[in-house]
Ligand binder design. Structure first.
Ligand code: IMP
Ligand code: MG
Length: 173
C-alpha cells in the first residue's frame, strides 16, 4: 500500500536555499578549499547539489553511520560503518547531513574529525529539527528548520523508501 505524502518543502524552494548556502560557504572559505563529508545515504542529493554551488575548490568523500535500525527514533549509539578515504589532516572539513534530530550523529562525527586534526570543522544540514535535540551541537549552515515531524524525500527515507522524491514531505500517519 502506498502512503499519502504531504509536501512540506517543494523542489524549487530547496534548490533556491541550496544556492544561498553554496554562496555563503564560498564566501566564508574564500581563498581556501573545503572537504565535504557526505553522510550517506540521506545527504547524497543535498551534498551533490551543494557542491555544485560552491565556487572554492571542493573535495568530496562519503561516510555511512548507523544508529537507527529501521525505527524512527535514534538509539544514541552512533557507529561508523563506512569511513572517508581521503586524508583529513589540515583540511577544512564540512560535515554534510540530511537532518539533525537528536544531534548524536553530528556530535560523534565532529569529535572523530577533530581527533584526525582537521584544520577546521563545520557542520551543514539541510534540515534541522531542534525540538528533538538530545546533545548540543553547533550547526554552522542550516537549510531549513522544521517542526518535529518525520519527513521523507530529497534523500531522506522511511524504511529505505521515498529517498528519490524531489521534494521534502511528511508521511500521513
Ligand atoms: P541524529 O543522530 O538523531 O541527529 O539523527 C540524524 C539521522 O537520523 C539523519 O541522518 C537521518 O538519517 C535520521 N532521521 C532523523 N529524523 C528523520 C526524519 O524525519 N526522516 C528521515 N530520517 C530522519
Ligand atoms: Mg541518515
Amino acid at each position: 500500500m502506498s502512503d499519502k505524502i504531504n509536501v512540506l518543502l517543494p523542489e524549487e524552494q530547496i534548490a533556491a536555499r541550496i544556492r544561498e548556502l553554496g554562496k555563503e560557504i564560498s564566501e566564508d572559505y574564500a581563498g581556501e578549499s573545503v572537504y565535504l563529508v557526505c553522510v550517506l545515504r540521506g545527504a547524497v542529493f543535498f551534498t551533490c547539489e551543494l557542491a555544485k554551488r560552491i565556487t572554492v575548490p571542493v573535495m568530496l568523500d562519503f561516510m555511512i553511520t548507523s544508529s537507527y535500525g529501521s525505527g524512527t527514533v535514534s538509539s544514541g549509539d552512533v557507529r561508523i560503518k563506512k569511513d572517508v578515504e581521503l586524508p583529513v589532516e589540515g583540511e577544512n572539513v564540512i560535515i554534510v547531513e540530511d537532518i539533525i534530530d537528536s544531534g548524536n550523529t553530528l556530535a560523534t562525527l565532529s569529535k572523530v574529525f577533530a581527533e584526525r586534526k582537521a584544520k577546521s570543522i563545520r557542520l551543514c544540514t539541510l534540515l534541522d529539527k531542534p525540538d528533538r535535540r538530545e546533545v548540543d551541537v553547533d550547526v554552522d549552515y542550516i537549510g531549513f528548520t522544521i517542526p518535529d515531524e518525520f519527513v521523507v524525500g530529497y534523500g531522506l527515507d522511511y524504511d529505505q523508501k521515498y529517498r528519490n522524491l524531489p521534494y521534502i514531505g511528511v508521511v500521513e500517519q
